[in-house]
Ligand binder design. Structure first.
Ligand code: 1GP
Length: 253
């Protein structure tokens, strides 16, 4: 892909197209497995690789990014669970601010710590408003971020949180129910965030079927993310790509 990652995301948004990102957690998959999954994702036409996790050692991060960068078709985007997960070999970095929470470290503290390192890297930096929505149960991200997710039935709160992020100059909104969550982000939350903001919108956590992905896309997500599904049932990813790529109606959102 010759285009910068964010320009590509904006283009999707403008044209009403939908995309699938697969999240690879370098701590939970071996390099041999990453290579196997990479082949599969190329065949299926996956749009982005997101790489990161709650707890990832830097050497595993590096090896995984290197393996995924063995091709040039699918951009590799860092989705870091910590400053230790920043790797120069990727194409872009989602610089996450957990705007659903009130932990100053995740709103500005870690960003300051990372700034001298990021300054020297050629990574494309995409400032991202990360909004945690209750997915049922305690997710790793909830525990590690030391924040309380937004309640599932408070779509308006999520919408104004995202709007405030947009007003602050963030470039992307990421609605997260948590990896492996029992329930994905409710469609009403996606819909209201979509209506209130103009930014590209990513939704992930607990998505397991093509029909679920389609409903979330129809509610206004531009990019749907799956992690567990790729690891546990990789052949199912094909149907998600298919359903999202054949989505054509652009003005429902
Ligand atoms: C990405 O955390 C998600 O936002 C991935 O969640 O592993 O449940 O697909 P799953």
């Amino acid at each position: 892909m010759g285009m910068k990652v964010y320009a590509h995301m904006e283009m999707l948004r403008r044209e009403g197209k939908k995309a699938l990102a697969v999240l690879v957690d370098p701590q939970s998959v071996s390099i041999e497995r990453v290579e196997e999954l990479l082949d599969r994702c190329l065949r299926y036409g996956v749009d982005y690789f997101f790489v990161g996790g709650s707890l990832v050692a830097p050497d595993r991060m590096r090896a995984c990014v290197q393996a995924l960068k063995g091709q040039e078709e699918i951009p590799v985007v860092l989705f870091p669970g910590s400053v230790l997960q920043v790797d120069e070999g990727a194409d872009a970095l989602l610089l996450l601010s957990v705007i659903s929470g009130r932990n100053p470290d995740l709103l500005i503290g870690r960003h300051v710590e990372a700034a001298p390192m990021l300054e020297r890297m050629a990574l494309e930096i995409i400032p991202t408003g990360y909004v945690l929505i209750d997915g049922g149960g305690t997710s790793s991200v909830m525990y590690l971020s030391n924040t309380v997710p937004l309640p599932r039935d408070k779509a308006e709160l999520a919408a104004y949180t995202a709007l405030a992020g947009q007003m602050l100059g963030l470039k992307l909104i990421y609605l997260e129910a948590g990896s492996g969550s029992a329930a994905s982000v409710p469609e009403d939350v996606v819909r209201q965030v979509r209506r209130k903001t103009v930014l590209p919108l990513i939704v992930g956590g607990g998505i397991r079927t093509a029909s679920q992905a389609l409903r979330i896309a129809r509610a206004g997500a531009d990019i749907v993310v799956v992690g567990n599904l790729l690891e546990r049932e990789p052949e199912a990813v094909d149907a998600l790509v298919e359903v999202l790529h054949s989505y054509t109606v652009s003005f429902e959102s």
